[in-house]
Design a protein around this ligand. Structure first.
Ligand SMILES: Nc1nc2c(ncn2[C@@H]2O[C@H](COP(=O)(O)OP(=O)(O)OP(=O)(O)O)[C@@H](O)[C@H]2O)c(=O)[nH]1
Ligand SMILES: [Mg+2]
Length: 229
């Protein structure tokens, strides 16, 4: 997190983490489609011939809230096992994490493995998941079954972080996940820098500005729940 009081500029790094093929890149692409064309930066993806992320994808989003210039830098990690060192590097200086899980029943173990992998890579960067705003997205909900619903239900009961459902390939749940995470991140930043107290910027105003950057933002908002989808 970079907060430049002189220039009133806040930069936040948001990382999409998760197992290979869970839909991290698809989330960024879908989000890109939902950002007002005149506001969106360049979506940079670097894939192999079979569409696997080679290093990372990035998408910047810049907006003004109150008189604060906010830069959101979104990244995805490459999910393939061999790219672990890249995942670790992408996590450097992360301010928030969207963990993209795969809803397919056969991928349960894989999700868990990558959650542990993320915890370990955070640690290597001197970060912890406990102190990091994070949400879980169960993507590929179209490929889930009853056991997926049970697993999601269980996770919501544990109530450790907001849980979203998505079909990123159809753009469903993508913006909700993103907005939920940014709201949480604002609270975190506010605790550190007292934005509401010092510059009169509260969460609602912040999120409202962000919503204005989007095409057809989902209705509601202003609250992070555990039933985000
Ligand atoms: N059925 C279904 N397919 C999806 C969904 N989201 C993504 N996909 C597909 O899953 C495949 C992998 O998606 P990516 O977004 O490239 O996955 P990734 O997590 O970035 O993968 P790595 O970069 O290798 O880590 C693509 O063929 C997507 O079209 C979804 O919600 N449902
Ligand atoms: Mg990818």
């Amino acid at each position: 997190m970079q907060f430049n009081t002189g220039q009133r500029e806040l930069t936040l790094k948001i990382v999409y983490y998760g197992p290979g093929l869970s839909g991290k890149t698809t989330n960024l692409r879908a989000l890109y489609q939902r950002i007002q064309p005149q506001l969106r930066g360049h979506l940079m993806t670097l894939d192999t011939a079979d569409d696997r992320t080679l290093f990372f994808d990035t998408l910047p989003l810049v907006f003004t809230a109150g008189n604060l210039k906010v830069k959101l830098k979104l990244f995805t990690v490459p999910g393939q096992v061999m790219h672990n060192s890249t995942r670790r590097i992408v996590l450097q200086g992360a301010d928030a994490i969207a963990f993209i899980a795969d809803s397919q029943p056969a991928k349960r173990q894989e999700n868990y493995k990558y959650w542990l992998n993320m915890v370990e890579n955070l640690k290597a960067n001197g970060l912890t998941i406990e102190s990091m705003p994070n949400v879980v997205q169960w993507n590929k909900k179209d490929l889930g079954d009853a056991s997926t619903d049970e697993a999601i239900e269980k996770m919501r009961k544990e109530n450790r972080q907001p849980v979203y459902e998505a079909v990123a390939v159809r753009g469903e749940g993508v913006v909700e996940t993103f907005l939920g995470l940014v709201e949480m991140t604002f609270d975190h930043v506010d605790k550190v820098y007292q934005l509401s107290q010092k510059i009169g910027l509260d969460r609602q105003a912040f999120v409202d500005e962000l919503r204005r950057c989007l095409v057809d933002p989902p209705s509601g908002g202003g609250k992070t729940g555990t039933d985000g989808a």
